[in-house]
Design a protein around this ligand. Structure first.
Ligand code: IDP
Ligand code: MG
Length: 140
């Protein structure tokens, strides 16, 4: 294990319900440090590009619309094994399959409106962090 950084997004379903603080508490309680954070409204271009890997999936267009439907909070999380740890704290994509005590189990509305994004590998984390943050915005 090593200290890693990962990209997290608090999605529009969660900002709409004023859950930013509750979700941040879950992340911090798990040992992740929020070393960068900003609230923004994704443009269509940003949402399309961020989820480009899913372009051929049937849910892509709806996902892009959903991610533009309200503000998001993008953040860089740092900690031991941060990529895998964040995925564990988030829970499965479909809240119906998510373990007890995970963010998605407790807060997600649906498989689409599932409250949080987290990078799925160290390689993708590096790309996704760069997509939203400059180096000077990340303060460890
Ligand atoms: P992940 O967020 O758990 O990594 P991915 O498979 O990468 O899941 O999917 C990206 C996002 O696309 C999900 O978080 C969710 O918002 C949405 N999504 C995934 N699968 C479905 C689906 O079957 N129907 C609708 N939306 C989906
Ligand atoms: Mg994913």
């Amino acid at each position: 294990m090593a200290v890693e950084q990962t990209l997290s997004i608090i999605k529009p379903d969660a900002t709409r319900r004023n859950l930013t603080g509750k979700i941040n508490a879950r992340l911090e309680d798990a040992g992740l440090r929020i070393v960068a954070q900003k609230r923004l409204h994704l443009t269509r271009g940003q949402a399309e590009q961020f989820y480009e890997v899913h372009k051929e999936r049937p849910f892509y267009n709806d996902l892009v619309e959903f991610m533009m439907s309200g503000p998001v909070v993008v953040q860089v999380l740092e900690g031991e094994d941060a990529v895998a740890l964040n995925r564990k704290v988030m829970g499965e994509t479909n809240p119906a399959n998510a373990a007890e005590g995970t963010i998605r189990k407790d807060f997600a509305e649906s498989i689409e409106a599932n409250s949080v994004h987290g990078s799925d590998s160290a390689e993708n984390a590096a790309k996704e962090i760069q997509f939203f943050f400059s180096r000077t915005e990340i303060v460890g």
